[in-house]
Design a protein around this ligand. Structure first.
Ligand SMILES: [Zn+2]
Length: 81
């Protein structure tokens, strides 16, 4: 199964600049917007606090990169199962 990933980072002013890293989360199979998004590193975000850049930008979240699925490892974060 292929998992489509979305890059998102906190909007300016919602966290300190050093925490505005680019997180990863999967597109839900039903494409329904969740009330809260759990990114691969385990952080949770409510509505209206993330920006979805058109292209990769900013410092990546290393923990999200480490926990995101590889080509043969399609898994959702624990909060999205
Ligand atoms: Zn992250």
């Amino acid at each position: 199964m292929t998992v489509r990933l979305i890059i998102a980072r906190p909007l300016p002013g919602t966290v300190g600049e050093t925490r505005r890293v680019a997180h990863l989360f999967p597109v839900r199979p039903d494409h329904a917007p969740p009330d809260r998004m759990t990114v691969y590193c385990g952080e949770m975000f409510g509505p209206g606090v993330l920006e979805l850049p058109d292209r990769p930008t900013g410092m990546p979240c290393v923990s999200c990169l480490r926990h995101s699925p590889g080509p043969d490892d399609a898994q959702l974060p624990a909060g999205e199962r």
